[in-house]
Design a protein around this ligand. Structure first.
Ligand SMILES: NC(=O)c1ccc[n+]([C@@H]2O[C@H](COP(=O)([O-])OP(=O)(O)OC[C@H]3O[C@@H](n4cnc5c(N)ncnc54)[C@H](O)[C@@H]3O)[C@@H](O)[C@H]2O)c1
Length: 259
């Protein structure tokens, strides 16, 4: 048995990711910010990236105010130049990238009947093509270092489909298939890649839904509460700390909605 004291155990827990650099896309708020906070609370240097410098800095400030290590970088995940610049800046500032959380995402909900091609394209570009682009840009550094943890934020909708979300469902299903492919191609480089499929999480994305729709969702959630961004962050933390023999998997965080 170990003679470790409780305070030593706590210290170790807080230090699990000490010295590691974690990029989280779209982390100015919502689930991305909660993941960045969770990883930074375990000692990681959080790289908060979002579509504007202002959003990124806002998220970073929230963490640094709490004494965590965080810095904001602008990164539009639909723009290869913006991605490459962010990755280069992070490499020159911190020297490595251990963790990548592909989180940025949008919705443009409407029935197929009314969906414009631009609504389709915007969601596929932002939610799916972005994961390919950001991963491609970051994974080469992970490969050289022979270490990496990639976590992609998918959705239960990508496994089950949903009325009014053809574009979103297809993008998230694509993220799951891409996750498994990255896992296969990079396993030999000691890089794991997993996905999280959240259910209904209380963020700006779902706050815009009408009350009757929210009530309908609640009926199907056995745990009888909407998820919090921190519930998703806990799963991301698992993939980045433990779980070194787990790759190509999808963990559902949905209060039991789909089982
Ligand atoms: N909220 C939910 O119920 C739920 C459920 C399942 C999956 N998700 C997924 O979780 C992720 C985060 O969603 P959220 O609920 O926190 O939403 P959110 O709208 O609160 O946050 C999304 C973030 O992504 C950023 N973003 C949007 N477009 C971007 C771009 N082109 N480049 C960089 N950043 C961009 C936004 O500025 C914002 O900070 C998304 O991928 C979403 O699809 C959310």
């Amino acid at each position: 048995m170990t003679t470790q004291t409780l305070s030593e155990a706590k210290m170790t827990h807080h230090d699990l990711l000490k010295g590691q650099v974690a990029i989280v896309t779209g982390s100015g708020r919502g689930i991305g910010l909660a993941i960045a906070r969770r990883l930074a609370s375990a000692g990681a240097q959080a790289v908060i990236t979002d579509i504007t410098q202002e959003f990124a800095d806002g998220g970073a400030k929230e963490l640094t105010d709490k004494g965590m290590k965080a810095q904001g970088f602008i990164c539009n995940v639909t723009d290869v130049q913006s991605i490459e610049k962010m990755a280069e800046d992070v490499m020159s500032k911190f020297g490595k990238i251990d963790i990548l959380i592909n989180n940025a995402g949008i919705t443009r909900d409407t029935l197929i009947m009314r969906m414009k091609l631009e609504d389709w394209n915007a969601v596929i570009e932002t939610n799916l093509t972005s994961v390919f682009k950001v991963t491609q840009s970051v994974v080469k550094n992970m490969s050289k270092a022979n270490y990496g943890r990639i976590v992609n934020i998918a959705s239960v909708i990508g496994m089950h489909g949903n009325f009014g979300q053809a574009n979103y469902a297809a993008s998230k299903a694509g993220v799951i298939a891409l996750t498994k492919t990255i896992a296969k191609e990079y396993a030999s480089k000691n890089i794991t890649c997993n996905a999280i499929a959240p259910g209904f999480i209380d963020t700006a994305m779902t706050q815009k839904l009408k009350d009757d729709i929210k009530q309908k969702y609640m009926e199907f959630i056995p745990l009888k509460r909407f998820g919090q961004p921190e519930d998703v962050a806990e799963a991301a933390h698992y993939f980045c700390t433990g779980g070194s023999y787990v790759t190509g998997q999808v963990i559902v965080v949905d209060g039991g909605m789909f089982m």
